[in-house]
Design a protein. Structure first.
Length: 490
């Protein structure tokens, strides 16, 4: 079983000669001005939630875009601040971007091109040359910051996600003592989908600058190899899953990301979570109602309208649940500058209003929509109060909300309803699996979840907890580091 301590030991034994550097667009802690004070928040991002415990264990430096309104005020002369605020285990080095750069590199190329290109949810990607040029330029800014941190030393650079596809080659061109791994947090689509990208060659060439490339599941790895095979002149070794191209070999493997199971299981039992549960019950007038939850960044890949429609259908088909069921949709607005996200926000607002006005009574409404950033304590309280949690992603790399729900269920009850199209479904097959496009199927599955006897809930939940406990975030990081060390010694 991998723990924070055993991961720390692995890093000490295997990487002691190397500086450990994580690079991502999103920072793990954001400092904002709130009413004349500076507040530090944890963003709603699966990537940072997963990587933070790894950095707590390994130490080192995390390079990321400083996006908070007070970020510049808390850094030193080299744009660094120690985080987490309470334990200060590692250094956060902030990269500054102008509004124009954020618009084109982040909202533009990253989230209007690559995000819809990789998630097959029938949203057309935008291909804008200006965005692409800014994306290249911003990758260079990140490279400069990383190289400055490393200062010519040996370093293991762990690059995150689709915002930084060109980084590894830029780094290695300046410092050959760098070894790099990149983890792709979203799906890799099939080659027909990817080939429409006018810059596919540059992106693939950039990614193949890494020594190791990780995906959540073997299916995404295979899609990537197939894409490379049909696009570049290269040699693919299907025994070792490696690609040799332009005198460099990249190993490509699946590493299913996870959560800090032990920490979540421990935290949900703290008195502040109990107090929050009591406060929430009072605030929303709950006594014995059946509580369901959905918890997401507001994103068109997460299938939020589909699950709301399923709650509507359930109540129409089974009116016995009226006044008995309350579904909480907890949602954090995200990428709101992009039109498709604005439209989705409007669609969800309207749906909630329509469904509530169709079913509500004087003292009850079926859906409580909480559209704001919530503290980890509030999220834990909801995870504990829920009889069922719906994850209905139309396409998702992994989905940590599902694993957090399982980790929170220290009472071993509760039912997870999980989309077949989320990477998590490959592991968590004791969940009730759904096709999120089939509203009828979601509604019937909610019925099954509500009616499931406690013994059966426990049987399934125990198995789920066992899996998440064993395949935790420390194992994910340890597997990547072990693989990298093996590659280095080849
Ligand atoms: C990408 C991939 C992959 C949500 N609202 C609040 C809040 N959250 C937290 C959740 C969870 C995280 O945000 C969301 O993680 P997901 O994994 O569901 O999704 P993405 O952000 O799309 O992440 C995904 C992940 O990367 C990791 O590789 O699993 O497939 O798309 O931890 O709890 N956190 C706080 N307040 C909120 O209001 N504090």
């Amino acid at each position: 079983m991998w723990t924070q301590d055993s991961l720390q030991q692995l890093v000490r034994d295997q990487l002691s000669d190397y500086l450990f550097v994580v690079v991502s667009n999103r920072e793990p802690y954001i400092h904002n001005h709130v009413n004349d004070k500076i507040e530090c928040i944890v963003p709603a991002s699966g990537l940072t939630v997963a990587l933070d415990p790894v950095m707590r264990a390994c130490g080192g430096t995390w390079v990321a875009h400083g996006s908070g309104t007070a970020d510049r005020e808390v850094v030193d002369a080299r744009n660094r601040v120690l985080v987490p605020p309470d334990t200060q285990n590692y250094t956060l080095r902030r990269v500054w971007l102008t509004e124009n750069e954020v618009d084109k590199y982040y909202f533009g190329f990253s989230n209007e091109t690559l995000w819809p290109l990789c998630h097959i949810v029938y949203q057309r990607p935008e291909f804008n040359v200006d965005d692409w040029n800014t994306y290249k330029y911003v990758n260079r800014l990140f490279a400069d910051a990383v190289l400055d941190e490393i200062g010519g030393r040996k370093a293991f650079v762990f690059i995150q996600d689709y915002h930084l596809t060109l980084l590894s080659r830029m780094l290695k061109a300046k410092n050959h003592r760098i070894i790099s791994a990149q983890f792709w947090h979203i799906p890799w689509p099939n080659r027909e989908a990817f080939r429409i990208c006018p810059w596919q060659n540059e992106i693939l060439y950039g990614l193949l600058g890494n020594d190791l490339l990780g995906f959540h599941i073997a299916y995404h790895r295979n899609n990537f190899l197939d894409t490379v095979d049909r696009t570049l002149e290269c040699r693919i070794d299907y025994e070792r899953f490696s690609v040799s191209h332009a005198d460099h070999t990249t190993f490509v493997s699946p590493f299913p990301i996870s959560v800090d199971f032990d920490r979540i299981s421990e935290n949900v039992q703290k008195p502040e979570v109990e107090q929050e549960m009591t406060a929430l019950k009072k605030k929303y007038g709950l006594s014995n109602e059946i509580v369901g939850i959905g918890l997401d960044r507001i994103d068109y890949t997460k299938g939020i309208p589909e699950r709301l429609k399923a709650v509507d259908l359930l109540l129409t088909r089974y009116p016995k649940y009226k006044k008995k069921l309350v579904f909480f949709q907890l949602a954090e607005p995200s990428r709101i500058k992009i039109k498709k996200y604005q439209d989705l926000n409007d669609e969800i607002d309207n749906l909630v209003e329509q469904i509530n006005s169709k079913h509500q009574t004087t003292d009850w409404k079926p859906i409580t929509y909480i559209k704001e950033h919530k503290s980890p304590v509030t999220l834990r309280a909801f995870n504990r109060m829920a009889r069922f949690c719906i994850v209905s992603s139309l396409h998702d790399g992994m989905n940590l909300v599902a694993k957090e729900f399982v980790s929170s269920r220290v009472d071993e009850t509760g039912v997870l309803i999980l989309s077949r199209f989320a990477g998590a479904a490959r592991e968590l097959d004791e969940a009730l699996l759904i096709n999120p496009y089939a509203v009828d199927e979601i509604a019937e599955t909610i019925y099954t979840a509500i009616e499931m006897p406690v013994e059966l809930q426990k049987k399934r939940m125990l198995r789920l907890r066992h899996k998440v406990c064993e395949n935790n975030i420390y194992r994910w990081a340890a597997d990547i580091i072990t693989e990298l060390v093996k590659i280095e010694s080849i």
